[in-house]
Structures are given as C-alpha cells and as structure tokens.
Design a protein around this ligand. Sequence first.
Ligand code: FAD
Length: 414
Amino acid sequence: MSVEQVETVVIGGGQAGLAMSYHLSRLGCEHLVLERGQLAERWRSERWDSLHFQSPNWNMNLPGWPGMTADPLADPDAFSPLREVTDYIERYAAAIRAPVRTQCAALSLARKPGSGELQVQTDGTLFVARNVVVATGPYQVPRATASLGAGVFELHSTGYRNPGQLPSGAVLVVGAGNSGVQIAEELCRAGRRVFLSVSSHERIRRSYRGKDCIWWLIATGSADSTLREWKGARLSRLMTGVNGGHDIDLRQLAADGVVLLGRVRAARDGRIEIADDLAASVAHGDESLQAFTLRCDEVVRAQQLDVEPAEDSPEDPLPDPPELKEPIRTLDLAREGIGAVIWANGAHAEFSWIDLPVFGESPASKRTPVHERGVTSEAGLYFLGLPWLHKWKSGFLFGADEDAGYLAGRIVLR
Ligand SMILES: Cc1cc2nc3c(=O)[nH]c(=O)nc-3n(C[C@H](O)[C@H](O)[C@H](O)COP(=O)(O)OP(=O)(O)OC[C@H]3O[C@@H](n4cnc5c(N)ncnc54)[C@H](O)[C@@H]3O)c2cc1C
C-alpha cells in the first residue's frame, strides 16, 4: 500500500469535479481528481442511448473553456446527443489540464488518526490530504423499488439503454419525471404498449415566447434561487432534447396509446396496486405550467424584455384520457402482457463510505451532509454538485462554475 500526500483531493471526475479542478488550478492549489471509472462515467454508463442534453448547447459552459460542446460548429440552441456530452467533458478535462487519476475509486474517507488531515483510501493507495471535495454526483444510487417476483424483467432507469434490451411485450414505466416520460415516449414510438405510472410533478415549457425554458429560468431568477427563495416548478420538466427538443405532454402520450396510471402503492405477486391520484397529479402539473407562463409574462412586463408575443392556447386542446375519470386501481402484469418494468423513480446520493460526523442519524439524513454552500463543520471537508447545494442550478452543468469557484475560494482561505 503506497501513501501519497496531496494538498486537495477531489473525488469524482464528472462536470462538478472538473469545474473544481479548474478553479483550484486557477488559484494555484495543488490537487488531484480521483475517478472510479472514466471521466464523465455516469453520462457513459448510467444513461440511455438516445438521451440528448436536455439543456440547449449554450448551457455547456464549464469554467475557463470557450468550447461550447465538442463540436465548434454546433448550433448553440440545439441539444447535443449523449456522446457529445461525454466528448465535451473529456475535452474540457484535457483543455484545463486537470490532474486526474481514473479507475481509482475512493473506498473510504476519514480523519487521519491523531492529525488534522483527511485520508482517502483507494485500492492501492492511501491519499492523505488537507482538503477533500466530494463531487460524486447528485444521483448515485437508485431509490428502493418494490420487488415483483420472478418472471418479470425489472430494471432501474439508470440501467435502461434502449427498447431492444427489453423482452417483448408491454412495458410498465414507474415514474413520470424527466427520465420516465422520455423512456415512455421512446418505447411508445418503438411500437411497445406502455403503461406509465404518474406521480405528483410540476411542469414548465420547453420553449415559450421563442426562448428555451433554461433562458426563462435564468431570466425569472429561478435558476439563481436558493431553496428558501424558490417559487414554482421543481425539477420535473417533462421534456426532452431529442429531435430538436420538445415538451412531453402526458395527454399526448395518452393520445399515442400510453395508458396513464396513478402512483404505484404496492406490488406483490405480479399485481400492482395503484393510488387514486392520477387526476390530482395531472391537475397539479397543469396548474404549475400556467404559473410558469404567468411568471414569464410578468418578467417580460417588469423588465420590458424583447421576446415574441405570448402564444395563444390551442383552440383544440388535447382531451383528457379516460383513465383520468375512471382510474385503474390494480394492474395484473400477466393479464396485460407486461414483460418488463422500468423503475424511473429517481436516485439519491450515497455516502456510507464517509466516516465523518456530518450526517444525521435517520436513513434519509445519512444521505445528505449538513453543509452551508458545500462547506461542512469538518475542517477541510467540502461537497459539490448536490441538488440545491446552493441554488436551483447547483445540480446542473451550468451551475458547476459558481459553486466550484466559491469552494476554491474557501479552500484557499484555509
Ligand atoms: C438522466 C439525466 C439527465 C440529465 N440531463 C441533464 C442535462 O441535460 N443538463 C444538465 O445540466 N444536467 C442534467 N442532469 C443533471 C446533472 O447535470 C447530471 O446528473 C450530472 O451528471 C451531474 O454531474 P456531477 O459531476 O455533479 O456528477 P456525476 O456526473 O454523477 O459525476 C460524479 C463522478 O464521480 C464518480 N464517483 C462516484 N463515486 C466515486 C468514488 N467513490 N470514487 C471515485 N469516483 C467516484 C462517478 O463515477 C462520476 O464520474 C441529468 C441527470 C440525469 C440523471
């Protein structure tokens, strides 16, 4: 076992860890980025083939590198396919000369006994550091799922790649957040019969008055809101960057043949119990969409923004699917010919490998370190890239710069 002394160890070679590396280099701080796989590993191995960046290309703006996307001729308003996102992150690391050690997983992190330093244990090396920045991602471990028993092919959305991976037959997608609706749309277009379990969600528009929703989130101040200041739609956006980007409307999915269900309450022996909450969830989504457009219109008036006129509501809005009035309350997988279930119910952080007193006792608080803008009460320990680390944008690529810059400043002050 070798021992290496490093001033600052950054754990995680995704966008957050690399933005951190940029700012540490800028301030002349010696550091090393440890990555358990390859750079941008989650974009490579935990996302599906057809995924496109869901923010327009002008949002690929990691600090200190003018290259927007990996393609210098890329349209700033287009949405890059997955391969270009990983290319972008890889080229960024090269452009900023990030000192990275790949295939090097941090197995544990603790205080070095009898010292103020921290130690990161990896497979062959013990790294001793004055500072450690944990940038291992906002979405690490799939949320728990109910087990359906033998005979059903089950996987989490982080393991979904394409329709060809699934056995033939109908598919149940559980969860109608950004991942669930995109997967349901892809399966429906591939000719599968799809059932989609919808939980409470909030919506904004992919494009409104000629501008992308990310532009609006910035213009209305939402992207820069802290959790305390936040008003309006949270993370579910029900949209995609595929085919030039569009909203994924649940009523449109239903019109295309997708069967909408309420939340999954329990699953046992091939039967699923469904809550009677579909109509309420859809209504809440509709209200949040209306609130979003109203907020945009208010900002246009207040700031006299030069944007296109407000769009009229369509004369023939899509009809409500029958499931809204007569909800399905139980689903027999065999009877419906459902051969696969995709759990698109989200993922959370996992920090059981960190042995430092910055977590609460309950199972949920063990996943969330106590911190202020990523700074913990443990000297030298920082977190980066968590949802709402500081602002709404903290969990997104375009939010990495500001948070990493702040933490680098704190590290220099030490
Ligand atoms: C399906 C999906 C689509 C998304 N689309 C967008 C989008 O279009 N635009 C956008 O701005 N955001 C998007 N996000 C949100 C966010 O930008 C991504 O989740 C992004 O990957 C987060 O970057 P990160 O660097 O913080 O974390 P990650 O990308 O998760 O990177 C963390 C890195 O740490 C490594 N790691 C983990 N544990 C260890 C360990 N113990 N030791 C060493 N290394 C370790 C991982 O291998 C990984 O490479 C999306 C998220 C999801 C789930």
